[in-house]
Structures are given as C-alpha cells and as structure tokens.
Design a protein around this ligand. Structure first.
Ligand code: URA
Ligand code: CA
Length: 443
C-alpha cells in the first residue's frame, strides 16, 4: 500500500477502506509516513470530506494508536461529557457532583488547560490539598464508594490524534467536521466511557460559527459514538458570550458552588440541567430528560448536590470547608478593580475569547505548558448580552494580585464589549439537541 495512492484516492473524492485508514494512521503514528504526506491527505479530506464509515474507522484507529483506559472494575454505566471549546467552562465542575448525586457513575479523566483559564483539574486545585493524581486503584475505589472521581490523565491516550492535531494546526486543516469529530470522539472512547454527552458550542467563541455547521458536527459525533457502541447525545449551545459571570479558577469554583445550591447564574444553571438531564437518561436513572431534570433540580434544592461536591473534594484530600465557606477558605486576590462603561446603551456582544484573554493577562491561565496559574485572579462580569448599561456603570470587576497587570486587563476587557443604542435580545442558550433519532429543537 502506498500513501501517495491513498492521497490521490481521497483527492479524487473516493472512499478509503478500513485497511487503508489503518495503514495511514498507524504508519503516521510510527513515523513511517512523513508529515508532508499526512498534510496532503488532511487537505484532501478538508475539501472532499469523509463518509460516516470512514470517519468511524479513523476514530477507532486513533483510539488503537495508544492506551485505552479500562474502567470495567467500576460498577455502573460510566457517562462522560465533553464541551467543544468555550471560555472558562465551569460545567464539568458542576455536572460531576450534580449527576453523581442523582446516581450517575462519573469516572472523569480531565486535562489541564492551556489557555485563558485553567481546565477542570486546575480549578479543583483551588482547594488546598486536593490531589489530581490518583492511582488507578484509588480512582476505581473512590468511584465505587462515592460515585464520582476526577483525576488527571496519565495514560498515553490517542497519540496519533495528538500528532495529527498538531499538524492540522499548522496546515489550515483544523476546521474540517470529520477531522474534528474523530479527534474529539477518539479521546472520549479511549478514556473508557460507556455513554457520552456532547456540548457543541456555536457562535463567535466556537469552532462552528453557525448553527447549521454545529448541527453537522454534532450529528457526525453522534454517528461515530453510536457506530462504536457508545451511546452519544449532543446539545447545541450558544457561545456568543461567556457562560455565567466568573472567569478565573477560584472565582469559577465559587460560581459552581452557587450553581450546585440552585443559586447560580441562569444560563450556567440551564446548560448544566440540560446536559445533566441527558447524562442521567443515558445512565438509565431516568426515562426522559424532563424526569431527569426534575431529579437534578431536587438535588440542587435539598443540598445533596452540594454534599456530593464536599465528598468529592474531601475524598481527594481537599479542604471541604471551602465548599461551605468559600469566602474564608478559597484563594482571594489582593486587588479588586471595577471596570466602568464608557457608554450608555445596551450590551450587544461580549466576546468570550477576548474576555478570556483579559483573565489570562491577570494570570488566570497558562500561555505555555509550564506556566504557573494564579488560582485567585480573574474577573466577574456584571452585565450580559441584552442588559442595559449607563455611562460609568460597572461592567466587570477585575481580581488581581499584581497591580501592574490591571491596566492591560482593563483595556483588553473593554475590547470585548460592543454596545448598541437600541434594545438587544439576549441570545437563546440552548439551540437544539441531536440524538441517534435526529435533530430536536428545545421547546
Ligand atoms: N478539539 C479537539 O480535540 N480536536 C479537534 O480537532 C478540535 C477541537
Ligand atoms: Ca465561567
């Protein structure tokens, strides 16, 4: 088999066989196929696409290129969740204890963030003493005991995807639906989940700028999951502004605590209930999303969701007092500075990406893999799209430990805000749901 023939076949719109895809992925992972040929193939896929069979085969070959996590020692149906992009995404932090409180088994392997704010693992490290490097035995034992654990990833998962993603990044081939779908799904499948709920973002802060594209990406991922025996459901959600108000690690943890109590921001709560309901249904603990949602709302109201969060923190060595008294026991920044509005009118856009950059300027995220994170810093928005605003009114509060970083962060934040003189509707958060049975719009 020659790589040049496979490139030509794809360039001409043909369909590669399973054996051809195996040759290509395993050859690339082993270093036998050079970057230039792999790039040419990726570009051919960008223009010609792939059939759903090819996409599923590509996914499985990337899974086989590395370790597959075996969660069979854990009882119950393991349900995982993944968001495609998004700035300061706190949903995992909330969903893990929330759905665990409803009896869903959550065995979560999480990464560290590279970017605006930390990943879920970094956010959890806002709790002093919290361990994110559980051994396999500790992980299994904890999930079997309390129904939830979140740990850093040590297994060498999907190395072929890592290599290919790096190559796509520098060859303008990231934004291909079959390549994104297989990349994301290969990691979820290798991480051992039995069922997967996807949060596919659409809008300015997302890969998929428009809803039609987002639905196609969701359908492609749902197809892959169901093709390989992992039930998969996707929710399409708006990413034209950040979720909730907080951006920054400990600040987002506080917001997560509020949300677990049922007192969080409306949009963050709505997305968590929507995604969580799908997780509960896939786990078999409810028969419809509506029934599942009622269970989750009850868990917020009666304190069991928060209690589960305390259990999770304490089991992994963290200081659970901080869950009950975040003001006393979570890291706090030295300086708080208000950013006031230069205009009167309505907020018409809040670019999540730019707001994330403002938080990163303050030290909330990493610019390089080795950089340290300041858990305390970040920002809290005071306004969302559709809100009215007066000149001089506070649009956000910056939390900083270094006074010298405030000005740059303030300038960056103001660049993220667009104003209108006429009233602006607030965007619909949930744009639809995609299951194996088709596309549904939220009622
Ligand atoms: N996230 C991934 O993991 N892979 C992609 O290709 C795009 C987003
Ligand atoms: Ca947030």
């Amino acid at each position: 088999m020659y790589m040049v023939d496979l490139i030509r076949k794809k360039r001409n719109g043909g369909e590669l066989s399973a054996a051809e895809i195996r040759h290509l992925v395993q050859g690339y992972a082993k270093g036998e196929i050079p970057d230039y040929q792999m790039s040419a193939w990726a570009m051919a896929v960008y223009f010609q696409g792939m059939t759903s069979r090819e996409t599923a085969d590509l996914t499985l070959e990337m899974v086989r290129s590395g370790d597959e996590v075996d969660l069979s020692a854990i009882q119950g149906r393991k349900v995982d969740k993944h968001s495609t992009g998004g700035v300061g995404d706190t949903t995992t932090l909330i969903l893990a204890p929330l759905v665990a409180a409803a009896g869903v088994t959550v065995a979560k392997l999480s990464g560290r963030g590279l970017g605006h704010t930390g990943g879920t693992i970094d956010k959890l490290e806002s709790f002093s003493g919290f361990s994110t490097s559980l051994s396999k035995e500790e992980f299994v034992h904890q999930v079997n005991r309390i129904g939830v654990a979140v740990t850093g990833q040590t297994a060498d998962i999907t190395p072929a995807d890592k290599q290919l993603y790096g190559l796509r990044d520098v060859t303008a081939t990231v934004d291909s639906i079959p390549l994104i779908a297989s990349s994301i799904m290969s990691k979820k499948i290798a991480a051992g989940a039995d069922a997967i709920v996807l949060d596919v973002k659409t809008g300015k802060g997302a890969f998929m700028k428009d809803k039609k594209q987002a639905i196609r990406l969701a359908q492609t991922m749902v197809d892959i999951g169901n093709h390989v025996g992992r039930r998969t459901v996707a929710v399409i959600s708006d990413m034209n502004q950040p979720l909730g108000f907080a951006v920054g690690n400990a600040l987002e943890v506080r917001e997560a605590i509020e949300t677990l109590k049922g007192e969080g921001p409306q949009d963050l709560t709505e997305l968590c209930l929507t995604l969580g309901a799908q997780m509960v249904v896939l786990s078999g603990k409810a028969t419809s999303p509506l029934e599942a949602r009622k269970i989750l709302e009850q868990k917020m109201r009666d304190g069991t969701a928060l209690e589960k969060f305390c259990q999770l923190i304490a089991s992994q060595g963290g200081d659970a007092k901080a869950v009950m008294e975040p003001d006393h026991f979570l890291p706090k920044a030295k300086y708080q500075e208000e950013v006031s509005s230069p205009k009167t009118g309505y907020i018409s856009a809040l670019e999540a990406e730019k707001i994330g950059l403002a938080a990163m300027h303050l030290g909330a995220g990493r610019e390089t893999k080795e950089a340290a994170i300041d858990y305390a810093v970040g920002l809290v928005l005071n306004k969302k799209v559709g809100d009215s605003v007066h000149f001089g009114e506070t649009v956000a509060v910056l939390h900083a430990n270094d006074k010298h970083k405030l000005q740059a962060a303030k300038d960056q934040l103001l660049k993220a805000v667009t104003y209108a003189t006429d009233p602006v509707a607030s965007p619909d958060l949930i744009q639809g749901e995609v299951t194996e049975d088709g596309v549904f719009r939220q009622p």
